[in-house]
Design a protein around this ligand. Structure first.
Ligand code: ADP
Length: 470
């Protein structure tokens, strides 16, 4: 694919280390499986890189759940409050061919109302107490508007940062990721912090029954619709995944089996490579992105894949190719040279141009003040974008192959959320194509199922399947 793309020969040569060969992907899969196996063992847990946290979620939904449930969802850039109403006997509406793909249909077994709030920048790096007070305030506003202030509804809390869980509703924050860095939260039980913030207000009454992350929420949301869903995957601001494992193979799992014999494992796969397991394919751009991040030395895998970093990787490579005198006549604007100026959505736009058309590439360069680009420059820019997005998609596909083989189910649905996976014009296709190629010799079948709001709805569904577990 890349070989066919027009670009300068010298650009292609300089980008060659971004093109992962099947042999490299084989190495990647071996290392990833080793990392997962290590993470599942108790003796290694302290030092494990891919942490493989048991989520304590043992029940997958059956579609027979009923009642009203709440969820709070802190993913990355946004914070959501949701309420779901489940009615197993409701008629499913006819699919509306004109409806937006993302929209949940009106009517049916699962009804959702939700509000989304942007997190003020100062809360992302301020005192943790302010952040949790903000959550409680928005929850109270939402419950007031829905008329459920006094109902003490079960609530699932999606908190999509690495948690060490010691129970379904007890989770200690390991570390912040994705640009957050609030004081006084690391090492604390985030359910307790939320409970305290809610109690302080003395207005809204809820019963927190579960804490989970977005990957688990996504898995559960898809499993409600399709029982073959065994993996939850996020490719958004960050990247992470979870899968269904047999309790017997999870040494860290210390709770009573409530009957299923399985437990969802949150890999925290974003950290893969933090011990050097990805050094065989990391480039100087990856090293620079890491150095300039708020968590150097952490989340190597995430920094090669996710939306928070992909645009910046492209920018660094273009800056280098320009400094080398290859692109843009050796000149760029200060804006283009500024960290963060090249958004990941630009990568999607540039790769959305029709073949041999460079309208988006040209417009974006001009927006960044670079109005002297030639067609060859735009070809190179698109080539660089494509190198990074394909590398990310290949890595995601390879990690999915490892999990599918490890579980051994003949058919696996992968529940997915995240703007990069959903909005990039080729990410999903590239992923599917590579995963199919890898799995051909095994005859395993798979499909991706995209969810909207999966992380939030999933937390509410976990509240539904777990409300009576205590
Ligand atoms: P989160 O992961 O924070 O819950 P999202 O799934 O929306 O939220 O991911 C946000 C990330 O997706 C941002 O890093 C942003 O750069 C990236 N993104 C937003 N729009 C696009 C797009 N059109 N194409 C690719 N990436 C995008």
């Amino acid at each position: 694919y890349l070989r066919e793309m027009p670009a300068r020969t010298v650009t292609k040569a300089k980008c060659s280390e971004l093109v992962l060969t099947n042999q490299q992907l084989g190495q990647y899969m071996k290392n990833f499986l080793d990392a997962v196996r290590t993470g599942l063992k108790k003796a290694n847990h302290q030092n494990a890189i891919v942490k493989c946290f048991p989520t304590y979620v043992q029940n997958l939904p059956t579609g027979q759940e009923e009642g009203k449930y709440l969820a709070l969802d802190l993913g990355g850039t946004n914070f959501r409050v949701l309420m779901i109403t489940l009615d197993p006997n409701a008629e499913e509406p006819e699919p509306d061919p004109d409806a937006e793909e993302e929209a949940e249909p009106e009517g049916g077994k699962l009804q959702v109302v939700s509000e989304t709030y942007e997190i003020p920048e100062e809360l992302m790096t301020g005192p943790g107490e302010d952040l949790f007070d903000f959550f409680a305030e928005k929850l109270s506003e939402f419950c007031g508007a829905q008329g459920v202030m006094e109902d003490e509804l079960p609530l699932g809390f999606t908190f999509s940062f690495p948690l060490t869980q010691i129970g379904l509703k007890k989770g200690h924050l390991e570390r912040w990721t994705k640009g957050f860095n609030c004081s006084g939260v690391i090492g604390q039980d985030v359910v307790k912090l939320l409970e305290q913030a809610i109690e302080k207000r003395e207005d809204v009454k809820v019963k927190i029954v579960a804490v989970c992350n977005d990957t688990t929420g996504t898995l559960i949301t898809c499993a409600y619709k399709d029982q073959t869903c065994k993996i939850g995957l996020i490719v958004g601001t960050g990247t992470n995944c979870c899968y269904v494992e047999k309790q017997d193979w999870v040494e860290l799992f210390d709770a009573q089996d409530t009957g299923s014999g399985i437990v969802i494992i949150n890999l925290e796969s974003g950290a893969f490579g933090d011990d050097g397991a990805l050094d065989f394919c990391r480039t100087k751009y990856d090293i620079d992105v890491d150095k300039d991040s708020i968590n150097p030395g952490k989340q190597a895998h995430e920094k090669m894949i996710s939306g928070m970093y992909l645009g910046e990787l492209v920018r660094l490579a273009v800056v280098q190719l320009t400094e080398d005198g290859i692109m843009f006549n050796g000149k760029l604007t200060e804006e283009f040279k500024t960290k963060g100026s090249f958004e990941t959505s630009f990568v999607s736009e540039i790769e959305s141009d029709d073949p041999c058309k460079y309208d988006n590439a040209e417009r974006i360069c001009k927006e960044l003040g670079v109005d002297w680009g030639t067609e060859e420059d735009y070809q190179d820019l698109r080539y660089v974008c494509c190198c990074f997005s394909r590398r990310a998609a290949f890595m995601v596909a390879s990690s999915m192959a490892v999990l599918i083989r490890k579980m051994g189910y003949p058919m696996v649905t992968i529940g997915v959320d995240g703007s990069l996976f959903k909005l990039h014009p080729h990410f999903r296709n590239t992923c599917e194509h590579k995963l199919r190629e890898i799995l051909i010799p095994d005859s395993y079948k798979f499909q991706f199922m995209e969810t909207a709001d999966g992380s939030g709805i999933g937390a509410a569904l976990i509240a539904a399947v777990s409300a009576n577990d205590e």
